[in-house]
Design a protein around this ligand. Sequence first.
Ligand code: E4P
Length: 218
Amino acid sequence: MKFFIDTANLDQIKEAQELGVLDGVTTNPSLMAKEGITGRNNILKHYVDICNIVDGDVSAEVIATDFEGMIKEGEELAELHEQIVVKIPMTKDGIKACKYFTDRDIKTNVTLVFSAGQALLAAKAGATYVSPFIGRLDDISTDGLNLIDEIRQIYDNYAFETEILAASVRHTMHIVNCAKIGADVMTGPLSAITGLLKHPLTDSGLAQFIADYQKGNQ
Ligand code: E4P
């Protein structure tokens, strides 16, 4: 399972990269705004900065909602760096744009996916990644993990190569359960990734080992 971090914060990306388990980064316009990155040139530069930290795919989202606008923006983003994946919304024009980029060997991530039918369309259009948002489904009392399960089954039935990128991951159990279901990738905050490190028995066991060593080596 690949681990992506879902942030535009360079310090957090560096920390995850230094941990040695990072496979990529996802961003979205809200995450860029949260870091105070505004203006087209600053945003483009920020994507390059991210690519220079992480060794893997970096999703950069188009703002346009019409086909022509998505193509223009997506081509500009793809030109920035070989690690860029063009992130496209799950709409009619988005699916057309996805097919356009697929035909030109430009990687895509179809985002804002909330149903198995949408994921099926994204795979048909040749998306590199499909992003079902599990946390946002949980937020409205719908089982987000069930969607990952449905998509896994459909993609396996037809050997679709599109990777299931479980998005809107909020906590460690989302990650563990996505791994059990067989999501190809998960993207989540640094806290969810580092949360996997923690277990009280690890802490107490380590404290005991160190105390015993010190007793024997005084
Ligand atoms: C996915 O690529 C999105 O950036 C992200 O996972 C959305 O997560 P949120 O629902 O926590 O905003």
